[in-house]
Write a protein that binds this ligand. Sequence first.
Ligand SMILES: NC(=O)C1=CN([C@@H]2O[C@H](COP(=O)(O)OP(=O)(O)OC[C@H]3O[C@@H](n4cnc5c(N)ncnc54)[C@H](OP(=O)(O)O)[C@@H]3O)[C@@H](O)[C@H]2O)C=CC1
Ligand SMILES: O=C(O)[C@@H]1CCC=N1
Length: 264
Amino acid sequence: MKIAILGAGNLGLSIGKGLIMNNAYTSLYLTRRNTEDIQDYEDYSKVKVLSDNLEAVKNSDILIFAVQPTQLAGILEEIKDELSEKHVLISTVTGFKIPRMEKILEAEHFIIRAMPNTAIAVSKSMTCICSNEKGKKRIAIAEAIFNRLGTSIIIPENKMQAATVICASGVAFWMRLIRATTQGAVQLGFDAKDAQELSMQTCLGAASLLIESGRHPEEEIDKVTTPRGCTIEGLNEMEHNGLSSSLIKGIQASFKKINNISEN
Ligand SMILES: NC(=O)C1=CN([C@@H]2O[C@H](COP(=O)(O)OP(=O)(O)OC[C@H]3O[C@@H](n4cnc5c(N)ncnc54)[C@H](OP(=O)(O)O)[C@@H]3O)[C@@H](O)[C@H]2O)C=CC1
Ligand SMILES: O=C(O)[C@@H]1CCC=N1
């Protein structure tokens, strides 16, 4: 696959790193206007770093857009005359809907939206994918890319905002939970390094239990909560202080915000 990442910033570079680690391309173009900071990527085989989006588009089949929402319209305008039937457009841009892309491009193209998360840099992204009608014929390409970089599911476009909150912002939510449990462990006497290790691995183990067993979280909680034991004591105290409610309210607030961003 000849891939170009237009906008090799935080997310674009995370995708790039994942592709490089998986050797998942025949050529990889990384673009941004100031290329100085990412020039080192040319040390990797078949990777080219440049600021010329048109050259990247000409030499690639799969175009992954990872610029800020305010920057996408300009790039689409810039490249639209270079687009042909060989191109599959994959946008990771938050809140920029497919009909708006189609309007700018003024021609039918294979258009896919993908919402990965930053765990793509370690091939563990939960990526949600949707497409326009024409894009359905190429959606398997996007699935193939993102399944190498984690797990993907196809969803309708009207669920993309919700998916962004749960999966993309979700990385930040889970990080905060890991940090909080680390702080708790330090208070119980572990040094910071060990505390984080205990916290991270326990989080990974809990998620793996659910993924591998297919069971509901509450079933696993029942197995840990000894009657009158310490787990239920701690869990109930957390709930009295609004643990679940606080997480759900946070998710609602993010969702409200993302809907406002995309209207602007
Ligand atoms: N799924 C997720 O987990 C996340 C998704 N996002 C979404 O991903 C998108 C990118 O976010 P993020 O990576 O944080 O943003 P960054 O600002 O880090 O990256 C955007 C990059 O685009 C480059 N750029 C800007 N204009 C152009 C242009 N005309 N041609 C080529 N490159 C250009 C910028 O570099 P330069 O200025 O040098 O051109 C910059 O490196 C956003 O839409 C954001 O909402 C963001 C974070 C997480
Ligand atoms: O915080 C944001 O708005 C973007 C979208 C999802 C992750 N980062």
